[in-house]
Write a protein that binds this ligand. Structure first.
Ligand SMILES: Nc1ncnc2c1ncn2[C@@H]1O[C@H](COP(=O)(O)OP(=O)(O)OP(=O)(O)O)[C@@H](O)[C@H]1O
Ligand SMILES: [Mg+2]
Length: 151
């Protein structure tokens, strides 16, 4: 399965979906999270972190660009590229993202050089005040497999 659409009613459902993603994630995977401000990218990441067993609270890394959570079953690299719009510089993050953890990138369109050949892209759109549509696009066999396993 290459594409899939899911719907959530309330942040808790998005967190639960993220938790499944975190449980299914394998080391080296990259998840790209697209969607407007307030769409729910960080909320989904909170669930992903929980699914990895991270116990620290995941907050928006906007002022840090990258936050690393190392207390789960693998490192979580949470990047928010929002402030990198128009900054076409090698920030040296690519080595990190190739590593042994799970990379979750908010606003990936602002760091095109970091996007690997294979990834799972999740585009979140507002359906109603507390409802979101999540479009999953899997590029690569491992991500297609992951999409099959999502309940
Ligand atoms: N179904 C839902 N899924 C996710 N978040 C929801 C949902 N319903 C309401 N919300 C609320 O929407 C907000 C989403 O904020 P969040 O910080 O996750 O967005 P974001 O996409 O990361 O934004 P930014 O681009 O500013 O980083 C939260 O306040 C959350 O509680
Ligand atoms: Mg965010």
């Amino acid at each position: 399965m290459k594409n899939r659409v899911m719907h959530t009613a309330g942040a808790q459902e998005t967190i639960a979906l993220g938790q499944q993603l975190g449980s299914l994630a394998q080391a080296g995977m990259v998840f790209l999270l697209e969607g407007d401000l307030g769409a729910g990218k960080t909320t989904l990441t909170q669930g992903i972190a929980r699914g990895l067993g991270v116990s620290r609270t995941v907050k928006s890394p906007t002022f840090n660009l990258l936050k690393i959570y190392e207390d789960g079953r693998m490192p979580l690299y949470h990047m928010d590229a929002y402030r990198l719009e128009g900054v076409n510089q090698d920030l040296g993050f690519d080595e990190l993202l190739d590593g042994d953890g799970l990379s979750v990138i908010e606003w990936p369109q602002f760091v095109p050089a970091l996007i690997p050949e294979e990834y799972l892209k999740i585009t979140i759109t507002l359906a109603a005040e507390d409802e979101r549509d999540l479009l999953f696009e899997a590029v690569g066999q491992v991500y297609e497999q992951l999409l099959e396993e999502l309940k």
